[in-house]
Design a protein around this ligand. Structure first.
Ligand SMILES: *[C@@H]1O[C@H](CO)[C@@H](O)[C@H](O)[C@H]1NC(C)=O
Ligand SMILES: *[C@@H]1O[C@H](CO)[C@@H](O)[C@H](O)[C@H]1NC(C)=O
Ligand SMILES: *[C@@H]1O[C@H](CO)[C@@H](O)[C@H](O)[C@H]1NC(C)=O
Ligand SMILES: *[C@@H]1O[C@H](CO)[C@@H](O)[C@H](O)[C@H]1NC(C)=O
Length: 167
């Protein structure tokens, strides 16, 4: 449920521009409230929630009215509450990852600086670090990949290699 909801939150709140391919992919991941809607309700619900041209406050007001009109006030309130809790939790999770990033980077740097290691051993050490820093290590490799294709020297190739291995 948590994972389903988390994917859905991104889907619902991120930008409001979700293509149909994405939508089909997400259907099975939707929370019960959305899965329970009839096709007509679903399309009016998403017509409001994905409208990129109205403010978030307007969206919220419209959705409350939509829920009233569909006799779904209680269910919508519950859904909304869960969504807010989830957003708060996610925000805290992100803050925690950011706080640990610097120390995770120190550990990655130590591994990379140890020239006595083979490539295999280095990868094993990095995998080991991922147990302590499950979000931080992939985040560091993601940041690393942001600098791919920008340079024109050997660092470029190195970046690509880590990206392949660790993404
Ligand atoms: C979905 O529908 C079922 C069956 O009508 C109901 O028991 C359940 O409470 C509904 N869930 C939500 C979140 O609306
Ligand atoms: C909502 O409930 C009222 C009262 O039970 C009923 O008259 C109305 O038809 C319902 N509307 C919808 C859209 O289900
Ligand atoms: C927050 O992090 C915890 C621990 O990793 C995880 O179980 C939970 O699903 C996360 N919640 C969100 C909303 O990201
Ligand atoms: C290529 O690398 C050289 C030396 O680092 C640098 O001076 C130059 O600006 C780089 N060119 C591009 C297009 O990145």
């Amino acid at each position: 449920m948590h994972i389903r909801l988390s994917i859905f939150v991104v889907f619902l709140l991120a930008s409001g521009t979700v293509d149909s391919k994405h939508k089909n992919h997400q259907r099975g991941e939707e929370p019960a409230f959305v899965r329970n809607l009839t096709n007509a309700q679903r399309s009016s619900f998403f017509g409001i929630s994905k409208n990129p041209g109205i403010s978030f406050q307007q969206k919220e007001d419209k959705l409350v009215k939509w829920a009233e009109a569909n006799n779904l006030t209680e269910q919508y309130a519950e859904f909304y509450k869960n969504l807010q809790l989830h957003k708060e939790q996610r925000s805290k999770n992100i803050s925690a990852v950011i706080e640990r990033l610097a120390e995770a980077k120190v550990e990655v740097d130590k591994v990379n600086a140890d020239l006595s290691l083979t490539k295999t051993q280095r990868d094993e050490k990095i995998d080991e670090l991922k147990k302590t820093y499950p979000q931080e290590i992939p985040t560091i490799f993601h940041i690393n990949s942001l600098f791919d294709h920008k340079g024109n020297g050997t660092r470029n190739g190195e970046g690509k290699q880590s990206k392949r291995k660790h993404q």
